[in-house]
Design a binder for this molecule. Structure first.
Ligand code: SAM
Length: 300
């Protein structure tokens, strides 16, 4: 019997959320449901769409599609890595589809990359259904940990400098499921503790200027209350509701320009990228006037 899902009706999958984007929905036409299960942490759906390739959905929210995933994975990875002057040690929290790790290992200067994913099933399904995203999970630089990212950070002692990171990327799902704690002040404090002095963190904000700009503003204020240097940028991803996703970038180097690539991609690195380049790195921090007023003129 064909596997079905509550979010699929008349051959269309629809993402809706009264809490986060009331009055709108985003739909993709389904060719075939490939997998549906409830893991210990979340509802997992993988389907083949007619036009966006295979799609991973967690708790009813699209995580990635084969057609546009690079727009997200490249920006959330390369912005902090090129803004950092000498990144060697990278931590990725979440990221079970493997797309961010695939981008991290493109950097020859990065010596080690730790991936902390709570749900083994997401990795197994990505290896089966999203092979182009998960292709670097077994790279020798990658250290895979199956545990809660919040707990992982809690275990890093404040004086243990060797355990700290140059770049930390939070590639989590949205705040309604197992990633809820990532959108609270304590999480930013744990990130701060796990970061080397000149380190940079980036997280997906789960929001953007078209969805809940007030919530987004509050999240940026929370980041500003912990880090002395915080920026907001965004990437365009058609399969995320309203077509874009916000990224919050923080550091404790007050004068570091987060909107600038301080190292330029080598031609070999640039060849491997489809979305990121130093110009879009800078441009992604420039906001439309009304959003800039709301997000960038408030003080912590
Ligand atoms: N690109 C995606 C987006 O923004 O929608 C995120 C992709 S990735 C699939 C998100 C991953 O975060 C999921 O695999 C999920 O299992 C993982 N995750 C959620 N909560 C977590 C936690 N507390 N610790 C570690 N990983 C977590």
């Amino acid at each position: 019997m064909e596997v079905q899902h509550a979010r699929i009706k008349n051959g269309w999958f629809t993402e809706v959320s009264d809490a986060h984007f009331p009055g709108q929905g985003f739909s993709l036409r389904v060719e075939k449901v490939l997998h549906h299960s409830q893991s210990a942490f979340q509802d997992i759906l993988v389907f083949k769409s007619t036009d966006f390739g295979n799609v991973l959905v967690l708790d009813g929210i699209v995580q990635c599609t084969e057609r546009d995933e690079f727009a997200y994975q490249e920006m959330i990875t390369h912005i902090p890595i090129y803004a950092h002057k000498n990144p060697k040690k990278v931590l990725v929290i979440g990221g079970g589809d493997g797309g961010v790790i695939r981008e991290v290992v493109k950097h020859s200067c990065v010596e080690s990359a730790t991936l902390v994913e709570i749900d083994k099933t997401v990795i197994e399904l990505s290896q089966r259904y999203l092979p182009e995203m998960s292709c670097s999970i077994s790279d020798p630089k990658v250290n895979l940990q199956f545990c809660d990212g919040f707990q992982f950070l809690r275990n890093i002692g404040s004086s243990d400098l060797d355990a700290k990171y140059d770049v930390i990327i939070t590639d989590s799902s949205d705040p309604d499921g197992p990633a809820e704690a990532f959108f609270q002040k304590e999480y930013f404090q744990l990130l701060n503790n796990a970061l080397r002095e000149d380190g940079i963190v980036i997280m997906q904000a789960s929001e953007n200027v078209w969805l809940n700009i007030n919530y987004l503003g509050e999240l940026i204020q929370t980041a500003k209350s912990v880090f002395s240097n915080t920026g907001y940028c965004y990437t365009t991803v058609p399969s995320y509701t309203s077509g874009q996703l916000g990224l919050i970038v923080c550091s404790n180097e007050k004068d570091l320009r987060l909107d600038v690539a301080h190292r330029l991609p080598t031609s070999e690195e640039q060849q491997k990228m489809k979305y990121y380049n130093p110009k879009i790195h800078h441009a992604s921090f420039i906001l439309p006037t009304w959003a800039d007023r709301i997000l960038n003129t408030r003080q912590a």
